[in-house]
Write a protein that binds this ligand. Structure first.
Ligand SMILES: *Cc1c(COP(=O)(O)O)cnc(C)c1O
Length: 381
């Protein structure tokens, strides 16, 4: 046995060979004209891909740093912020905002459900909010928020910056920054882009850039748009060292996405996710998210009666796969399975095979191959 473990968690996701090769390239100086051209192209390509006519910032750091960057550049101490939370990562904005001295109002959905758009609208109408945050897919619940519909509604609130956490969604779930009226969108390299961890990408609309200007000097340094804008214009200039190999790795990921087609990629995620979810339900797991609001990038699967979390996940590991455990109220009651990025249906068939074997090891009565049959039938419908 090779000892290989498939990494089917909601990030980092599997990294394909051509992207790994970019990570292993010999380093270049950040001022090398070849690297400067590569970085500039990546910035432009990412802006075009997500339809952002403002500014795209692919920088060293993780998704959490992008969350701070979004808040830092759009709010000042004493402002009101509305946090629309569909789980653990939505909640993460609470502390980020409180530490900055913002007044925070939180709308927390029951896990697995969404906050209806009409309720968000009523809340926004009740006072003046400088910004509102929504996670597109909350990794803790596997819920996908209706960000396009919310974006339409946001047109009634031109003074509020609409911040979308796309960390577990972008380039898996369809997004369009200009078209959906989003002011700030961000993600991490390690999720649906299928690149190693260490880079985040933040897209800022023209409205978000104007807000940053209005704020004058801000307390934050590394994440200040104003520090990075000249670098994004001319990456040959220095502010802080770019993640050279991650720039190349991201460029390869963008090439793969363009080759597949952005919309085709999102459609593939949708089709594969629905087939995976049907297959997993046939094994007795319950998908936490309501059917109308299920993510296509991951599934959060509540255990059937009698299946113990620790025993099941270590059986999965022994059979060759890592998955993530449940968070918050679902710790020990569910597991989280990532199915985003550059994986294909062969990986998914293998995933189902491993899950069936692990179930059998835990003493469950499972008809071997049954979920794979469900999956294959869904995929060939
Ligand atoms: C993973 C994740 C984050 C945090 O990203 P890091 O890269 O781990 O800092 C934030 N939001 C969502 C929705 C995520 O899935």
């Amino acid at each position: 046995m090779s000892g290989r473990k498939m990494v089917m968690i909601p990030g980092p996701t599997p990294v394909v060979e051509s992207i790994r090769q970019e990570m292993g390239r010999e380093i270049q100086a950040f001022g090398d004209p070849r690297f400067v051209a590569d970085y500039k192209k990546l910035i432009n390509d990412l802006g075009e891909l997500l339809h952002c006519s403002g500014q795209t910032f692919p920088l060293a750091g993780t998704g959490t740093l992008a969350m701070e960057m979004a808040i830092s550049n759009t709010t000042k101490r004493g402002d009101n912020v509305l946090i629309v939370s569909h789980g653990y990562f939505g909640d993460r904005f609470i502390e980020i905002c409180q530490r900055k001295g913002l007044h925070v109002d939180v709308m927390q959905a029951e896990w697995g459900k969404i906050i209806p758009v009409a309720e968000i609208e009523a809340k926004l109408a009740s006072k003046k909010y400088a910004a509102m945050t929504v996670s597109h897919v909350d990794t803790a619940t596997g819920v996908c928020a209706p960000i396009e519909e919310i974006g339409k509604m946001m047109k009634k609130f031109p003074e509020t910056i609409y911040i979308v956490d796309g960390v577990a969604a972008t380039v898996g779930e369809y997004e369009d920054v200009d078209g959906m009226n989003i002011d700030i969108l961000f993600t991490g390299s390690q999720k649906a882009f299928g690149v190693c961890p260490g880079m985040f990408i933040l897209w800022a609309s023209k409205k978000a850039l104007r807000r940053r200007e209005e704020l004058g000097t801000i307390p934050e340094y590394y994440v200040d748009f104003q520090k990075w804008l000249p670098i994004m214009e001319d990456p040959g200039k220095y502010f802080a060292t770019p993640a050279v190999n991650l720039v190349w790795a991201m460029a390869e990921s963008v090439r793969i996405i363009k080759e597949e087609g952005y919309e085709n990629r999102c459609e593939r995620h949708r089709k594969n996710a629905r087939a995976m979810q049907a297959a997993l339900e046939s094994l007795g797991f319950r998908v936490l998210a309501e059917p109308e609001h299920r993510a296509v990038t991951l599934s959060n699967l509540v255990y059937p009666e009698g299946l113990a979390d620790g025993e099941f996940r270590s059986a999965l590991y022994d059979e060759g796969m890592t998955v993530a455990g449940g968070l918050g109220p679902y710790a020990g009651k569910m597991f989280r399975l990532g199915h985003m990025g550059n994986i294909d249906s062969n990986d998914e068939v293998a995933t189902l095979g491993i899950i069936e074997r692990a179930l059998a090891r835990c003493g469950a009565d499972v008809a071997m191959g049954s979920s794979i049959g469900v999956y294959m039938r869904e995929m060939t419908r």
